[in-house]
Ligand binder design. Structure first.
Ligand SMILES: Nc1ncnc2c1ncn2[C@@H]1O[C@H](COP(=O)(O)OP(=O)(O)OP(=O)(O)O)[C@@H](O)[C@H]1O
Ligand SMILES: [Mg+2]
Length: 241
């Protein structure tokens, strides 16, 4: 397999049910190394379920996922991927530094201390390094969760609502920092400016099926002149399938 294909991500006919409900139904897509995709869709569309299936945390009911040609549950896939869950919750009783060093050690990274120092700088967390996570504000906890998601230098970054809880200046810094990483990105978000600044492409889900897929430029072109992109997206999400 060529180096370029090692981190391609392919999903074929992926379905996942909870009881009698389909959270995802026969979803297929392919994301090549280095591509950046936003997952859009109304509440309950299946975005977080898709990300959990990609990380191997959830098992598909049917269908197939290949990360660089292997199953998401393999060590290889887990090394390639970094994941920021919805409402991420680092260890509450550990400090910010302890969380980073502990997860860094579990991930078997080299230079745990140097990497921790770098991430504390990268996310402006130095003043909190000795604070217990349970005492942090939600936004500061979110920055730590982002740092934990990238501590092992993943090639594929799965981000579920990454800018939740962050104030506007911090959002700006985090967008700049995430864009400086040379990674494949799949980001679930309800905020179109976040989608368009972190990604070039969109997969739009509604009720567990792909409603639309294409570039953000193509999405904009579907609207009337001057129509805000949020209005275009809202129309597409709510129109009958
Ligand atoms: N653990 C679970 N048990 C039962 N049903 C679940 C579970 N997780 C998700 N679901 C259901 O699967 C569907 C998709 O949920 P999912 O969390 O993937 O949506 P989402 O697109 O991330 O929504 P949101 O924008 O609200 O975060 C919903 O109907 C949800 O109720
Ligand atoms: Mg979700």
């Amino acid at each position: 397999m060529a180096e370029q294909e090692l981190c391609d991500l392919e999903v074929r006919d992926l379905s996942r049910t909870f009881g009698n409900t389909y959270a995802l139904k026969k979803v297929s897509f392919k994301i090549l190394q280095g591509e950046k995709f936003a997952l859009l869709g109304p509440n309950g569309a299946g975005k977080s379920t898709t990300l959990k299936l990609l990380t191997g945390l959830l098992k598909p009911t049917s269908g197939e996922i290949k990360i660089g040609g292997v199953d998401p549950s393999t060590k290889k896939a887990r090394t390639i991927m970094g994941y920021l869950p919805e409402d991420a919750s680092p260890y509450q009783m550990l400090s910010v530094r302890e969380n980073l060093e502990y997860i860094g050690a579990l991930r078997e990274i080299e230079n745990v201390k140097e990497t921790t120092d770098h991430l504390l700088d990268f996310f402006d967390l130095n003043e909190y390094e000795r604070s217990k996570v349970g005492k942090l504000s939600r936004g500061t906890t979110q920055k730590l969760a982002l740092a934990l998601a990238i501590i092992h230098k993943p090639k594929i970054l799965l981000l579920d609502e990454p800018l939740n809880y962050l104030d506007i200046p911090t959002q700006e810094k985090v967008i700049t920092r995430l864009n400086s990483l040379d990674v494949t990105v799949i980001v679930s978000t309800h905020i179109m400016s976040v989608a368009s600044r972190l990604t070039k492409n969109v997969i739009m889900l509604a009720r567990g099926v792909i409603r639309w897929e294409g570039s953000i430029d193509a999405l904009r072109a579907l609207g009337e002149a001057e129509e805000p992109i949020e209005s275009i997206v809202a129309r597409m999400m709510t129109s009958a399938p």
